[in-house]
Design a binder for this molecule. Structure first.
Ligand code: ADP
Length: 330
């Protein structure tokens, strides 16, 4: 039987966060690349769905690609590339727009939240923010992907991708594999340290509650020590009633390999929990930062990895995207 095909990506809309790492990237490096035929992508087209600065997107794409290698993705084992260098994504996205309905797109929670945010700031909403899930479906379906390792925030988009694959196959004949999402057992949704009711997102307005992968150790310590905790003093694991403490326990568990509920029993104060969590995060990120610095100093190497990755990805995607064009009558 053919090897499992895995695809996933990160968006260069900001500096990558601890949420990106624990929710997705760490598994890509530690597990997925070793057990499957995997592709990992900096999805830069997705960064244009909100107001953007061209030079910043270019810089962040580069940094994200470098971080993919820094967390341990090995270009000998998996394919690492930048989405816009493989035209098949945009080509297939159009067919996905012709398969989806506008109602489906408007129901996406991420669209509703981000569109409301843009409007509240007095800005306008780019049409591509609405059609984003069509491009995401194309990213995944172009490769015959079986599994998509993502954080929980992407579950709804993945469901839509599955619906589109099934619909396309029913209408035009079997063309796409119907993929499924996989989520990590712990820290599938890392929350903002200053507002544990919203997810730690790289494009959140404030940065105090977000740990970035390239934050210096002292910055990480400061952010974790200032994390909002809950009323009450006892350390219990309850995501609904005690979201701040639960978030710290999730992060600590994800860093140390423990169980959040069990870890709770080992603490009698929030201060001690924060201190251990801060140190665990610092240790987790230390090698990533070091490796990033080495790689960033060797631009030629990163360029050659991305070029080879894009060539390989194009080869993999083209036959299926061509087949999809033929299937719809073009
Ligand atoms: P964002 O822009 O929200 O940081 P991306 O769209 O680039 O995220 O997502 C990259 C990957 O990181 C996705 O698999 C996503 O599910 C995951 N991810 C993002 N934020 C978090 C979080 N706070 N907790 C867990 N996983 C996350």
């Amino acid at each position: 039987m053919a090897k499992t095909r895995i695809f996933s990506g990160v968006k260069p809309t900001g500096h990558l966060t601890l949420g990106n790492y624990l929710g997705a990237m760490r598994r890509w490096a530690d597990e997925d690349q070793h057990r499957a035929d995997a592709l990992f992508c900096v999805v830069d087209l997705h960064a244009l769905t909100v107001e953007h600065d061209p030079a910043r997107v270019r810089r962040l794409s580069r940094q994200a690609a470098t971080l993919l290698l820094a967390v341990g993705l090995d270009p000998e084992r998996c394919t690492v590339f930048v989405q816009s260098q493989v035209a098949e994504h945009a080509r297939l996205s159009y067919l996905m727009e012709c398969t989806a309905t506008d109602g489906e797109m408007r129901r996406m929670i991420q669209y509703k939240e981000k569109a409301a945010g843009e409007r509240a700031r007095g800005g306008s909403v780019r049409l591509s923010l609405l059609t984003y899930p069509a491009l995401m479906a194309a990213d995944i379906l172009a490769y015959g992907t079986h599994e998509v390792p993502v954080g929980e925030d992407q579950a709804q988009h993945l469901e839509l991708t599955r619906d589109l694959a099934v619909r396309f196959n029913q209408r035009y004949g079997p063309t796409f594999v119907v993929p499924k999402a996989t989520h990590p057992q712990v820290a599938a949704r890392v929350m903002d340290l200053t507002d544990p009711t919203s997810k730690m997102g790289k494009s959140n307005g404030t940065t105090a509650g977000i740990v970035y992968l390239l934050d210096e150790a002292d910055v990480v310590r400061k952010k974790v020590m200032r994390a909002v905790t809950d009323a009450g003093r006892d350390v219990v694991y309850d995501r609904a009633e005690r979201p701040g403490v639960a978030n710290l326990l999730d992060v600590l568990a994800a860093c140390t390999g423990g169980e959040p509920a069990e870890l709770a029993g080992a603490y009698t104060s929030y201060g001690a929990l924060k201190k251990d969590t801060a140190e665990a995060v610092v240790e987790l990120l230390r090698p990533v930062r070091e490796r990033h610095a080495e790689l960033a100093a060797d631009g030629g190497y990163v360029d050659s990895v991305l070029r080879a990755g894009a060539d390989r990805a194009r080869e993999m995607a083209r036959p299926r995207v061509d087949a999809a064009y033929r299937a719809v009558g073009l």
